[in-house]
Design a protein. Structure first.
Ligand code: NIG
Ligand code: FE
Length: 402
């Protein structure tokens, strides 16, 4: 009982390369890929359905591996302030920034958060995203972090997209703990994280390591508890300054270190040695009008796998298009379109610790793929905007068609 998807070309993205198949076919068995190759080499199988993909180009389903897609309100007013010269750090210091989204998120019902996040996720889905990570971190008390994580789980149940949930309680110091950031870290370590983990709400743990957030020493305590619980870790590191968070992440075998504009060469070597994925977030770089570029050449030179992601959030990257992020990775960071595609497929899956399940077109992986109405895969990074995708297949089922 196999479904044959044929009359297409395909880029498998195995090992992060296109590996173009010029007359491709895929055999799926339920939700799983059974075989991918040139049509001529199709194995004998009991084919019950044949689907003609009209000569389109098939890629793995896209993976957005770093988002804050659940939040209340928005920060368009701060955007206006920043355009008048007030910096992100100054806004944060005056009680805006993350703190203002925390107020709005605490005030919002689960239902409202669900509805608003669904709308944002639809935009990603229409562009071929089939796997998505979402972080908490705008609740910053046990109840509100739980509310965010429950919404994340519910989105995963309701929408035809795989969702990974990350606890980012160490995102900012909540107002109740102003001037007592170590006490907030204590609370995360002693109660919040273990409880939410035991409620089945957490797949991974993240933190914001920055002068306006938490020090490496504080992050290390959260990582220790995560490790004791058996949870993988990842880190917002070196976004606005060099704190050596990336080397801490590498030491804890983190899945990824993210942002990395200020990353230095010895820490790149540490990431390479531990296999830590570098998640680059050009949307935040662009939206904050940063000028310090992440060290893409050195990451390449050391063989650190690079993922890219939307960082969808209300403060630094109100980004609803992963393809626009691919374009920015090329135009702003000088990545190649092949690297950009690998960054939203194989390496994004690796940054979530689910490379065995998705990210490439290979037997045994989930049958998540997109048939695009394009000639060359570089077009995914080339076109600015628009929904190019025609067929989105999630776990063997067609979930979007226009
Ligand atoms: O990934 N860097 C920290 N966190 C988010 C921004 C959060 C916000 O400003 O709301 C980020 O850029
Ligand atoms: Fe982020």
């Amino acid at each position: 009982m196999y479904t044959l998807w044929h009359h297409c070309r395909a880029v498998t993205m195995s090992s992060g390369k296109y590996n173009l198949l010029s007359n491709a076919a895929l055999l799926t068995h339920g939700a799983v890929i059974f075989w991918v190759g040139e049509y001529d080499e199709l194995p004998d199988a009991l084919i019950t359905h044949r689907i003609d993909l009209g000569g389109r180009l098939v890629t793995p389903g896209l993976v957005d591996c770093h988002t804050h897609a659940v939040f209340g309100g928005n920060r368009a007013a701060e955007f206006e302030q920043r355009l008048q010269g007030v910096s992100y750090a100054e806004i944060a210091a005056a009680g805006g920034g993350i703190a203002s989204t925390v107020r709005d998120t605490r005030a919002a019902s689960e239902q409202l958060l669900l509805k608003q996040a669904t709308q944002r996720i639809q935009a990603l889905r229409q562009e071929g995203v089939t796997t998505l990570e979402i972080k908490s971190g705008y609740g910053l008390d046990l109840e509100s972090e739980r509310k965010m994580l429950r919404v994340i789980r519910q989105l995963g149940r309701e929408l035809p997209i795989a969702i990974r949930s990350t606890c980012l309680a160490a995102h900012a110091v909540p107002s109740e703990y102003q001037g007592r950031s170590d006490d907030w870290i204590d609370h995360i370590c002693n109660q919040l994280l273990p409880e939410l983990y035991h409620e089945g709400l957490v797949d991974a743990v993240d933190a914001f390591c920055e002068h306006l957030a938490f020090s490496p020493t504080q992050v290390e305590r959260v990582f220790q508890v995560a490790t004791e619980l058996g949870l993988p870790v990842k880190l917002h590191a070196e976004q606005l300054s060099l704190q050596h968070g990336a080397v801490l992440a590498a030491r804890f075998h983190a899945l990824s270190a993210d942002h990395l504009e200020y990353l230095c060469e010895p820490d790149i070597a540490a990431m390479a040695q531990q296999g830590t994925v570098a998640v680059l977030l050009p949307g935040a770089y662009y939206f904050l009008r940063e000028t310090q570029q992440p060290p893409v050449d050195l990451l390449r030179q050391y063989g650190v796998p690079m993922a890219i992601s939307s960082d969808m959030n209300p403060g630094t990257s109100p980004m609803l298009s992963l393809r626009l992020v691919m374009n920015m990775a090329c135009t702003l960071f000088r990545m190649t379109p092949e690297e950009a595609l690998a960054g939203v497929t194989l390496y994004a899956a690796r940054a979530l610790g689910i490379e065995d399940r998705c990210g490439t077109l290979e037997p045994g992986k989930e049958a998540n793929f997109v048939a695009w109405d394009i000639e060359h895969p570089a077009e995914l990074s080339y076109w600015l905007g628009g929904t190019l995708s025609k067929h989105v297949i999630f776990q063997g089922e067609e979930v979007y068609y226009d």
